[in-house]
Design a protein around this ligand. Structure first.
Ligand code: NAD
Length: 541
């Protein structure tokens, strides 16, 4: 930027549309959904601005209607990944030198394309690919992705304006260079917004990226890619590849130019990736940045002074929206004995009122889980709970995969606070309740802190300020996103930067400046106006 200190539009959160009956947006998204459902598409890879097709393909189907084919996507061979690396590095030369306002304009444009002409399509694609209800699709693929794009542009300018002190004799300038090399972005199935954000946040800061979406999200990833293309992301800056994750990863991590991993997904995959990077560390030209947001075993703890109806609502929304497939979903709850009967009554009432089925029927609150592997895993935990004496299923427990991967929202009550479903991330519509003695508040908080390896989100309900203060203190390291008298899900970009520590990730807080710092390598430039000509200092006399 040589000709002005430009100010970017102030980022505001995209308003959430309601999709109420008879609304224009509801009609538009349903029409788009039907049109997409009744046609098939082919998703090529996208390398250096070209569509790349191969001999190996996978199929795409809606989880709620798994026999219905939406299309196919192409899978990489090793040579495609090598080509993506070499062409991305070539593209980097121009992109890294592109003035920031040009990069900002591209991603602000992407935000407006999603807010406007692509909104119905990206939402319908997310409903089809990931079985999200329209509300869940709207807050993810439309609003959150728009917010990521707008806020990141603003954060970028804030970072660039952070400059050191200078004196009259020397001007100190910090340049926020992109990393030297390329970024590998690996994204999960559960958020279209995350899929868009991981490659684009790094690209915004001047990096080039190779993006591998989840096999279960390729259908909506394609819409994100189309938006990036239309917004003007130059060839080679964001490349999308699909296929065998091991082969793709091994090829990428073998490259001496690999300079950063932007990952969201499960903990064990991330730990293995970290290990592989460590094994290759002597080959890299630079120490790679490793950013990973991973699993959770998120809690709700209620104090005896909390309101049973509020606690129950937090459980039913926090545990079951999007079938519990949010990394932040409540999956273990600690409820005091005195209020449990009321909480139980309200939870059962809520769950029995849920409708389950296709997201096309907008009266459904619950749809299908993502794939057969997830369905089978959840069914086996439910079957085990039916047998175990320390577990009791108080509502739900049914499942059926004949048409879609449907698991009934299930509440397990356990007498053992270390019962397997209190500790293991299941990633589905299953929540486990442990009822504790009212007078053991502090011990219960310590139990919450020690039960799981994760530390992503957690919520505490209490009307007693001293009890709340105790919880805030004891649970200091138990969650990266901590909620007081609210459910533990639903973080909003710009309002609640998101991420957890311990086994939940590197806590680099997507949707905040902290994340963007990871994609730059600052260069300090000191310019002295009149250079000294004598080595002697006055003290030498
Ligand atoms: P996953 O780990 O199965 O897959 C994530 C990505 O990693 C996919 O693109 C997948 O293809 C890829 N992958 C799988 N095996 C790989 C390998 N061996 N090498 C390289 N890449 C590999 O996760 P998922 O089922 O897509 O998503 C659910 C998980 O993501 C949950 O654990 C959830 O908690 C977590 N998640 C965390 C956050 C967060 O912000 N902390 C957000 C969303 C999801």
């Amino acid at each position: 930027m040589g000709k002005g200190f430009f100010e970017v539009p102030i980022a505001i959160n995209e308003p959430i549309k309601t999709y109420a009956p008879d609304s224009e947006e509801r009609k538009e998204v349903l029409d788009t959904y039907k049109e997409m459902y009744h046609s098939t598409i082919e998703v090529p890879m996208y390398i250096n601005g070209k569509d790349v097709k191969t001999n190996e393909t996978g199929t795409m189907a809606p989880p709620h209607d798994h026999k219905h084919i939406l299309g196919t996507y192409h899978k990489a061979e090793k040579k495609h990944i090598e080509e993506a690396i070499s062409t991305a590095l070539e593209a980097r030369k121009k992109w890294a030198a592109t003035p920031w306002e040009q990069r900002a304009a591209i991603f602000l444009r992407a935000a407006e394309l999603i807010a406007g002409p692509y909104r119905a399509k990206i939402n319908a694609a997310t409903m089809l690919a990931q079985s999200k209800t329209i509300h869940q699709a709207e807050i993810d693929s439309a609003c959150e992705l728009i917010d990521f794009l707008r806020f990141n542009v603003q954060y970028m300018t804030e970072i660039y304006s952070e400059q050191p002190e200078s004196t009259s004799g020397a001007w100190n300038r910090l340049e926020y260079r992109p990393l030297e090399g390329f970024i590998y972005a690996i994204t999960p199935f559960n958020f279209t917004a995350i899929a868009g954000n991981l490659p684009s946040s790094a690209a915004l800061m001047g990096n080039v990226a190779i993006w591998k979406p989840s096999d279960s999200q390729v259908y909506s990833a394609k819409v994100v890619l189309d938006v990036f293309k239309e917004a003007g992301v130059p060839d080679g800056v964001i490349n999308m590849v699909m296929g065998d994750p091991e082969m793709i990863t091994d090829t990428i991590l073998d490259s001496p130019d690999f300079s950063g991993l932007h990952f969201t997904g499960s903990t064990h995959v991330f730990k293995d990736l970290w290990k592989k990077i460590g094994m290759n560390i002597h080959n890299y030209k630079t120490y790679p940045r490793i950013v990973g947001e991973t699993g959770g075993k998120d809690f709700i703890v209620a104090h005896k002074t909390s309101h049973p109806k509020q606690v129950a609502t937090a459980i039913t929304r926090g545990a079951f929206e999007f079938q519990g497939q949010k990394c932040s979903a409540a999956s273990r709850c600690y409820i005091p004995k005195s209020i449990w009967p009321e909480v139980e009554k309200f939870v059962k009432e809520d769950v029995s009122s849920f409708k389950m089925g296709s997201p096309e029927d907008m009266s459904n609150f619950i749809t299908a889980v993502i794939h057969e592997g997830s369905f089978n895993k959840l069914a086996s935990y439910i079957d085990q709970a039916k047998k175990d004496p320390e577990a009791e299923i108080i509502t739900g427990g049914g499942y059926d995969k004949s048409k879609g991967y449907f698991i009934e929202p299930t509440v397990i009550k356990t007498s053992d606070p270390q019962y397997t479903t209190m500790c293991t991330e299941l990633f589905g519509p299953v929540v486990t309740i442990y009822v504790y003695e009212d007078e053991t508040w502090e011990d219960t908080l310590k139990l919450v802190d020690n039960t799981s390896e994760y530390a992503l989100t957690g919520a505490v309900f209490s009307e007693d300020r001293y009890a709340m203060e105790t919880a805030v203190r004891i649970l200091e390291n138990a969650a990266g996103n901590f909620y007081i008298n609210d459910k533990p899900t639903g973080a909003v970009v710009g309002q609640q930067p998101f991420g957890g520590a311990r086994a939940s990730g590197t806590n680099d807080k997507a949707g905040s400046k902290l994340n963007l710092y990871r994609w730059v390598s600052p260069r300090m430039v000191k310019e002295t106006f009149v250079s000294p000509t004598d080595y002697r200092y006055p003290f030498l006399g």
